[in-house]
Ligand binder design. Sequence first.
Ligand code: RIB
Length: 305
Amino acid sequence: MIVVFGSVNIDLVCRTDHHPRPGETVPGSDYQLIPGGKGANQALAARRAGASVAMVGAVGDDDMAAAALAELTSAGVDLSALVRRGPTTGMAIITVDRHGENTIVLSPGANARLAHTDLAALSLGANDIVLLQMEVPLAESLAAAQAARAAGARIMLSIAPFLPVEREALAMADIILVNETEAADLARHLGLAAGPDGAATVATLAASLGRTVIATLGADGAVAAGGGETIAVPSLPIEPVDTTGAGDTFAGVLAAYLDRGESLETAMLYAAVAGSLACTKMGAQPSFPQKDAIEEAADRPPSAA
Ligand code: RIB
């Protein structure tokens, strides 16, 4: 089983031609309320890719909670360990420009009240993969990772959004996931020189940490380094509509295929395809592909993509 310990948000999304500069007001589209949150996104992406998934997260005592959980509920993610804590559900205020690039301001709400002890509602073992991100309190995520590791579970740590995680804490992870910016931030934080590109930085990080490090590189696919091996996989050639949640899709789908026993390279191939497909529709969760769509797109010749 895949267990996600992390955030649940409602995303308030507005499209605009360009992002406002400080002090500028720009016209936008009608807003949409869309389920999101990096934790919930990764849980849904893994579930849509065919995995059994449980979500350990927190929502508030407000009307947003049901909307935030709608996709997880209808997809059959196990919510038995989900808690209701405090007055408000996490909300991400997102603007998406004409290039599909976003800005996000996050009001954490109940995510700030998630505790590592909430993980104890599930019994973990060596067959489980636990996925964590950085939108709930870092100390709680690290304590949850420690408990999961003690139970023998594999740990995937997504350093998104970037937080300065210490070397000893990173050592708990079997796989560390970053994007290109997070890779450079992490290298700087650890006193390492970031490379000229994502692949070089990932190689430096993997060698220094002794862990598998994977970076998503947007249109350039993804690259992994670890154990003396480097793996690079391509993205699909797409016109991005909205990149929100693409990294989360990669993480969830990667976990789903690893959980199924696929090699790291195969899991990365499907994850990169899924991440690309997630950029072709508005919003985070509504854009996440089902297993059949991922595998069909992965098998299609490049010219037909
Ligand atoms: O990674 C995308 C997610 O980040 C959005 O769904 C939003 O909730 C923010 O947490």
